[in-house]
Design a protein around this ligand. Structure first.
Ligand code: NAP
Length: 319
């Protein structure tokens, strides 16, 4: 499924293209499921910071079976894996396809308990939520967490990671009661609606950490919900607006605003992050919320669902 022009999801084309060839340090994967998420939507419009030359298949995460692997790697043909694929030297693309390549350090062994559809939901959102809350946010057991955009992909993953790693309380912020119910089903303790959320959160009690994949004009209110020493984790900008921080708010309460970026250095953390979440995946504590599945050639429908703010949990393409 290829982006051939930057005219949005409907301009993607389902095409027969040459199979990717794995480099000497890469595995070749027969894709069974591919995660669809906000970055691919942005890429169909050329609005994401990764801008590969056209045409290319988007898709930053897959689950499937190893077709071939370099000698001496941890993988062998037939192994079930999840991966963050790449095309050429550009990481995090190439997943909306029947075959994908990935380096061994971006490929993860799958436990038998997890389906390909669930597995395709893990690498981007769950590893990011872990990196955000535990590594960047330094979340300690017993701390409380507020999650913006809580019914979405990053949102549901953040709720579950926070709970799995000992958060005392997770409050979800959503735009509708239906999405609030979805956040509760994902594991949140309470939900509040976006309108007037900071007042509602203060009544419930201020929080130690805010996970913010939304940005926009709710940032200042998010800062108001933090306790002394609180941290706001900047994960993304689904509102379409990059907010400005009034730094006096940080000084007044010893608050930190912390960036959560997928920088090249992070590649070295990925396997350790995967190992950290796997016991919770095996036990079922981390259970991806699958909002919908679509066939690969319906990728445009899947991305439109995200575009129109209708997606709940993770949208997955089956191949
Ligand atoms: N930093 C990283 O490493 C990293 C990794 C992965 C993803 N991200 C970013 O994280 C963000 C969230 O991704 P996601 O996959 O969780 O997206 P998603 O599943 O679509 O969820 C995003 C949520 O944002 C809220 N939202 C508020 N205004 C919106 C608008 N105008 N349009 C659409 N949604 C809006 C919606 O919740 P309500 O309707 O309840 O408000 C929605 O559920 C994206 O910006 C993505 O690029 C960053």
């Amino acid at each position: 499924m290829q982006i051939t022009s930057l005219d949005g999801p409907d301009a993607m084309e389902f095409a027969d293209v040459a199979a990717p060839v794995a480099g000497s340090d890469q595995v070749l994967i027969k894709v069974h499921a591919a995660g669809a998420s906000f970055p691919q939507l942005l890429q169909t419009r050329g609005l994401y910071h990764v801008k590969p030359p056209l045409p290319y298949a988007p898709g930053c995460e897959v689950a499937g079976e190893i077709v071939s692997a370099p000698k001496g790697s941890r993988f062998a043909p037939g192994d079930r894996v999840a991966a963050l694929p790449m095309i050429g030297k550009i990481p995090m693309i190439g997943g909306f396809a029947e075959l994908a390549v990935a380096t061994a350090d971006m490929t993860f062994a799958l436990p038998k308990e997890i389906s390909f559809v669930e597995a395709a939901s893990l690498p981007l959102n769950y590893l990011t939520a872990y990196f955000a809350l535990i590594e960047r946010g330094g979340m300690a057991p017993g701390e409380s967490v507020l999650v913006q955009g809580a019914a979405g992909g990053i949102g549901t993953a953040s709720i579950q990671i926070a709970k799995a790693f000992g958060a005392s309380r997770v409050i979800a912020v959503t735009s509708t009661p239906e999405k609030g119910a979805a956040a509760i089903a994902a594991g949140a303790d309470k939900y509040v609606l976006v309108d007037g959320f900071s007042g509602a959160v203060k009544e419930l009690g201020s929080v130690d950490i805010v996970v913010d994949p939304v940005g926009g004009n709710r940032l200042t209110d998010s800062l108001r919900t933090l306790k002394e020493g609180g941290r706001l984790l900047v994960v993304g900008f689904t509102s379409g607006e990059i907010p400005t921080v009034q730094v006096n708010r940080l000084l007044l309460n010893n608050i930190s605003v912390v960036g959560v970026g997928f920088v090249p250095e992070r590649h070295r953390h990925l396997q350790a992050e995967w190992e950290a979440i796997m016991p919770h995946v095996r036990s079922g504590t981390l259970k991806p919320v699958i909002g919908a599945t679509y066939a690969l050639n319906d990728a445009a429908v899947a991305l439109r669902e995200i575009d129109q703010r209708r997606a709940v949990g993770k949208i997955v393409l089956t191949v």
